[in-house]
Ligand binder design. Structure first.
Ligand SMILES: [Zn+2]
Length: 259
């Protein structure tokens, strides 16, 4: 996002005309998006729609992080990948999908899971992070690393027909650890492998994550900070829970966040 705002080319004005028409975007906002860098961590049910929308919107540089290969059981919700991609690395399959959609986006492949050794180096160059992983260890690791580095990110989680999402801007609002404390003990929670996931429920959350990203990059609108949005799709009931910074949160304290 840094640096001088450049002028759009004629081709960019055509491709992004429906963004540019929005008063919240305009040509200056589109130029900002084109000069922005976003990391999508997890290329599954949440990351698929988030990545597709960010690439279509013209985010200039996108990092793709995943360690997995495409499985038949992924395809009912992970719409970046098709039947012919089964067995391929998800990062390779995502690069092909995004190149078809918008060849102007610069893609940085990270064929690895984020871990304590590599997380800071992978996250550091990006302006915003999409946390679209499917396990608590990764969710806490991304939260802790982003808070320490001062990087804003969007969290989402989905299971069955239930989903939740929140945005974290470090130092300005509660973090994921303030709300959920720590990785729950093994055996005390369900996973998509056992309980299933309704594809469009993940899709809607990924679309919300992309929307939050665009708003953050543009510096406009009201972000989903200090509140957790939950959705039970069977009842079609959305709820919002107000969140508070936990004074005992080790990661917020170490990052010097106000308590
Ligand atoms: Zn915290």
């Amino acid at each position: 996002m840094a640096g001088e705002i450049r002028n759009l080319t004629e081709s960019e004005k055509k491709v992004y005309s429906r963004n540019i028409l929005l008063p919240e975007v305009g040509e200056a906002g589109q130029a900002k998006l084109l000069q922005s860098r976003v990391l999508v961590a997890g290329l599954g049910g949440l990351g698929s729609p988030a990545l597709l929308y960010l690439a279509a919107a013209g985010v200039g540089e996108i990092g793709l992080a995943d360690c997995d290969t495409v499985d038949f059981s992924n395809l009912q919700r992970q719409i970046l990948h098709g039947r012919g991609d089964v067995g391929r690395h998800k990062v390779d399959s995502a690069v092909d999908s995004i190149t078809r959609l918008n060849p102007d986006v610069r893609l940085n492949p990270h064929k690895t899971a984020l871990d304590a050794e590599n997380a800071a180096a992978i996250i550091e160059p990006y302006d915003f992070i999409i946390e679209a992983t499917d396990n608590f260890e990764s969710k806490f690791l991304i939260n802790d690393t982003c808070v320490r580095l001062g990087k804003a990110f969007s969290h989402a989680g989905v299971l069955g027909t239930f989903a939740q999402t929140m945005t974290v801007v470090p130092g300005k609002c509660p973090c994921y650890r303030c709300v959920f404390e720590d990785v729950p003990p093994a055996g005390t929670y369900e996973t998509a492998d056992r309980a299933g996931v309704l594809g469009p429920v993940a899709g809607a959350m990924g679309a919300i994550q992309a929307t939050e990203t665009i708003k953050y990059l543009l510096g406009t609108g009201g972000l989903l900070v200090g509140r957790l949005l939950t959705w039970e799709a069977m009842e079609m009931s959305f709820r919002e829970v107000s969140l508070r910074t936990d004074r005992r949160c080790a990661v917020c304290r170490s990052a010097g966040a106000p308590t």
